[in-house]
Design a protein around this ligand. Structure first.
Ligand code: GUN
Length: 281
């Protein structure tokens, strides 16, 4: 079997075309969606993600503001920058690119962002709403994963989803969103015993552990759907958490890296920003 590709790049382009139309419509009603991104420090990966977010905003007609801060910034200064953006009526979404320096509490920063501008969907209020199935901003990467599975018409009801990774950004929320779609969800992580036995039970395997080529064909049930959320750099080349070449011979569907989940993450950020701006009408 050779897996069909879950092409995030293509779906992202289709969604961004529609978003641009939505932004044009909002603009005619004098609402220009605005996203503020705060980047602390000089981490090269964060710099490149932020650049990609800004470019995507520009192409969609979303007003984007980049606020760069040195890694010596204090927590108090960063919180007061966020406070200013909370009060700025031209800004619909606020995102602090993670990770931030260790001397600043990540949770304090996340909780400072007004929940109604939290387009990352990381604020505990928004996470709580997601858990009970209330409408809210959904975390962008998990939201993008669910959109990709739905676009490919992959039935989720009653399916066994195994999530490898338990980060607050991806692992935990993607499991919750798929539970909301009536899947049966198992979480695995770096300390899970008999990981291979667990992953081999998956109808849908979501891998977000942050280790290059961590999952190979022996970890995958024949015909499983495999979603690779990893972005790792090995010898200057991007690769995922899944060994693409071996798994593509065993899975029914597989996401490539690059061109899979990555473009969807940014697209869902734009979607959340536009959703936030609509509330101004
Ligand atoms: N760092 C890696 N992914 C993300 C994300 O989705 N949002 C933010 N704010 N930081 C990140």
């Amino acid at each position: 079997m050779t897996a069909l590709l879950l092409n995030g790049k293509e779906l992202a382009a289709k969604k961004r075309e529609q978003l641009k139309k939505d932004v044009d419509q909002l603009t005619t009603e004098n609402v220009i969606p605005g996203l503020a991104v705060i980047l602390v420090g000089e981490d090269p990966a964060s710099q490149s993600y932020v650049k990609a977010k800004q470019k995507a905003c520009e192409q969609a007609g979303i007003h984007s503001v980049l606020i760069k801060k040195p890694d010596t910034i204090t927590e108090e200064e960063l919180l007061s920058d966020i406070e200013r953006l909370n009060e700025d009526n031209s800004i619909d979404g606020i995102l602090v690119q993670l990770p931030i320096p260790k001397h600043i509490s990540e949770q304090a920063v996340i909780e400072k962002i007004a929940p109604e501008k939290d387009v990352d969907g990381f604020h505990p209020i928004n996470i709580g709403k997601m858990m009970v199935g209330e409408e809210t901003f959904l975390p962008c990467t998990p939201y993008g994963v669910v959109e990709m599975l739905k676009e490919a018409k992959i039935d989720l009801v009653g399916k066994h989803v195994v999530v490898v990774g338990r980060s607050n950004i991806v692992g935990k929320p993607v499991g919750q969103l798929l539970l909301n779609e009536h899947a049966t969800v198992t979480y695995c992580h770096s300390r899970t015993k008999n990981l291979r036995e667990m992953t081999n039970l998956a109808d849908i395997l979501i891998v977000a552990i942050g280790r290059a080529n961590f999952i190979n064909a022996d970890d995958v049930k024949p015909g499983a759907v495999v979603v690779d959320v990893g972005i790792n750099r090995v010898d200057g080349k991007l690769c995922g958490d899944v060994d693409f070449d071996s798994v593509k011979e065993k899975a029914s569907y597989l996401t490539p890296v690059p061109g899979g989940v990555g473009p969807m993450t940014i697209t869902m950020l734009l979607e959340n920003t536009v959703q936030s701006a609509r509330k101004r009408l």
